[in-house]
Design a protein around this ligand. Sequence first.
Ligand code: GDR
Length: 334
Amino acid sequence: MLEKGYIVHGVKRRSSSFNTGRIDDLYMDPHADDVRFFLHYGDLTDSTNLIRLVQEVQPDEIYNLGAQSHVQVSFETPEYTANSDAMGALRILEAMRILGLEKKTRFYQASTSELYGKVQEIPQKETTPFYPRSPYAAAKLYAYWITVNYRESYGMHASNGILFNHESPMRGETFVTRKITRAVAGIKLGYQDKIYLGNLDAQRDWGHARDYVEGMWRILQQDEPDDYVLGTGEMYSVREFVERAFAHIGVEIEWRGKGVDETGVDKATGVTRVVVDPRYFRPAEVELLLSDPTKAREKLGWQATTPFSELVREMVTEDLKTVAREQDRHDRHG
Ligand code: GDR
């Protein structure tokens, strides 16, 4: 957004430890003349705060990417997840309405392929029925429909992007792709010897976040608000992601055993590198997600441009640098 010339206002939650590591390179000194990036304290669970922020900023576009976004964690914190992910979207929409911004401000809701959950149709497109399989997905279902409802009720330019998994070197470290690429880097550099994972059979349509944010922006530039699936149209298993990531450090993984006893072994040395830990199994799993992004291609001229192999390569390459840097700091400061 900054590259496109926007003035950007972000909202961050108060925490006693730093939580802006992934955007610190965008920081601009608020005392400078040409500041275009501002951060405000706020929270999707706090209506009055949201109303005040929207009133102050009077935004042309709001992108609601805020959420408790970890599917497994949502089983541990279902009420908080509903409050931030479902009610949070409603609070922003209401703030826009209370402040009379229905016709001025455009709204983007970060909807998700998790809405499809238990598969009703393959591949999944805008008309595929939803079947959420987690407190996270159930909360996001509400947010999806309240966005549609405010569009239809009040004529707001409110749209859903139904995004399939989108990854990058900035992905949080507890999501499976980044967990794998970090571990592969740690193994290569000799700081760890194996990785524990959950369901290796799960299949996902993994794209690069860089492509997807362009798609979000295009959704809000349309004359008419609407809902769009963004994905690559290709699907790989967690097991394949593991194989691809290890291949980048020259390790060929051989799979032995079945189910909870399955392990991934370095074919050349016989050393165990991957172990299944049922702790990472979910109470209800989404086994398979595969997008049909035809509508986005035809209406938005949008297409994912980063192939799976390139995504994995970039993430492993960056983590080799990140892990080396962290260890260096650790060795110097203890
Ligand atoms: P997902 O992402 O649930 O698809 O949601 P995640 O990377 O957490 O899981 C993908 C699949 O991998 C399996 N898996 C593991 N997952 C994690 N986190 N850790 C493990 O050790 C592990 N082992 C196997 C999971 O069971 C799952 O099937 C992401 C989030 O960003 C959501 O917010 C977003 O809405 C969707 O993508 C699109």
